[in-house]
Design a protein around this ligand. Structure first.
Ligand SMILES: Nc1nc2c(c(=O)[nH]1)N[C@H]1C(S)=C(S)[C@@H](COP(=O)(O)O)O[C@H]1N2
Ligand SMILES: [Mo]
Length: 322
């Protein structure tokens, strides 16, 4: 998310970030070529795991089954996923969340489920997880800043969680809230956004089978920069809808506020569906750069998930409801 005006940003910051990305893309392609030349083409398939990727770390999650809802694209390296993150509570540069992650203590952690539900409750994360079989779902993720990644999430459908608390007939939206604790999330001592970070979905979006409560990636518990211990993943929407480190889920009758649309309503809407035809006021949304690659690619409507989700928006003007 770019919240600062271009004139506020020190050019060295931008160079820093571009260098980092280009260096990684260069290392990746050089390593592939070198391995192919030295060992023959057959060995090149081994390269992603052995040469470039930092080994995934964190506690391994048991009994994770593969989901047919995965894309067949190659996931980004673990290092890119954890090292290039947007988590403003841990700093506003892409490398900050990894550097500042140690402040965030995720055990113990509990989540409140409240509002328009017959059985509200506060549950420790372990209890929240218990009845839910875990799936690996490799999703394309598109940030509003026009970069993208492919991430092998581990989680379960948000719908399964909400059903346990028995939504009432009046539940029309779901509001999510990130932890508010400036000691653990030092970025909250600066008024970058109104804290805590909040997000929301319409009930049918929340109940859609693609909407995931993620508790891990690469088969292990969620790394802190990516929103440990529990985050939302909505792959057909811009990344900012996928709120991290959730402590409260509230079902509501009316549309809840969302952090970025509250801070800049002309730039960020409630729906935030990936839409190459609706530009951000300050830059185009028609293409994107996959982290770890050189060339831009065309952005797809609903981030390529249109077959599954377009029906949710039938009859809506998506230029007005951006
Ligand atoms: N609490 C919180 N959640 C957040 C953010 C944030 O700053 N704070 N950034 C959002 C944005 S802009 C993006 S693109 C995604 C990035 O997720 P990733 O860093 O795991 O790729 O997280 C989203 N969730
Ligand atoms: Mo984003």
């Amino acid at each position: 998310m770019l919240i600062r005006k271009p004139s506020d940003i020190d050019p060295s910051e931008i160079t820093d970030e571009q260098d980092y990305l280009n260096r990684r893309a260069f290392i990746r392609s050089t390593a592939r070529t070198a391995a192919t030349v030295a060992l023959g083409a057959a060995a090149s398939t081994l390269v992603p795991d052995t040469v470039q990727a930092g080994e995934p770390t964190g506690r391994v999650l048991p009994d994770v089954r593969k989901s047919p809802l995965s894309t067949d694209e190659e996931p980004n390296d673990f290092d890119d996923i954890t090292g290039y993150a947007n988590f403003y509570e841990l700093g506003s540069r892409k490398k900050d969340p990894a550097r500042n992650a140690h402040h965030l203590i995720t055990d113990p952690w509990s989540v409140a489920i409240e509002g328009e539900v017959a059985k509200p409750g506060v549950l420790a994360v372990e209890d929240l997880l218990k009845p839910h079989p875990l799936e690996e779902r490799i999703y394309r993720m598109r940030c509003v800043e026009a970069w993208s990644m492919v991430i092998p999430w581990v989680g379960f459908p948000l719908a399964d969680l909400l059903k346990r608390f028995e939504p009432t007939a009046d539940a029309r939206f779901v509001a999510f809230e990130t932890l508010h604790d400036p000691k653990m999330l030092p970025g909250q001592s600066r008024p970058v956004l109104k804290w805590p970070y909040v997000e929301g979905l319409r009930m049918d979006e929340a109940m859609h089978p693609l909407t995931l409560m993620a508790v891990g990636l690469y088969g292990r518990v969620l790394p802190k920069p990516n929103g440990a211990p529990l985050r939302l993943v909505v792959p057909w929407k811009y990344g900012f809808k996928s709120i991290k480190s959730i402590v409260r889920i509230r079902l509501t009758r009316t549309q809840p506020p969302t952090s970025w649309s509250r801070s800049s309503p002309g730039e960020y809407g409630f729906y935030a569906n990936v839409n190459p035809e609706v530009d951000h006021p300050r830059w185009s949304q028609s293409s994107e750069r996959r982290i770890g690659t050189f060339f831009k690619r065309k952005t797809e409507m609903f981030n390529g998930y249109g077959d599954q989700v377009a029906a949710l928006y039938a009859g809506m003007n998506l230029k007005r409801h951006f």
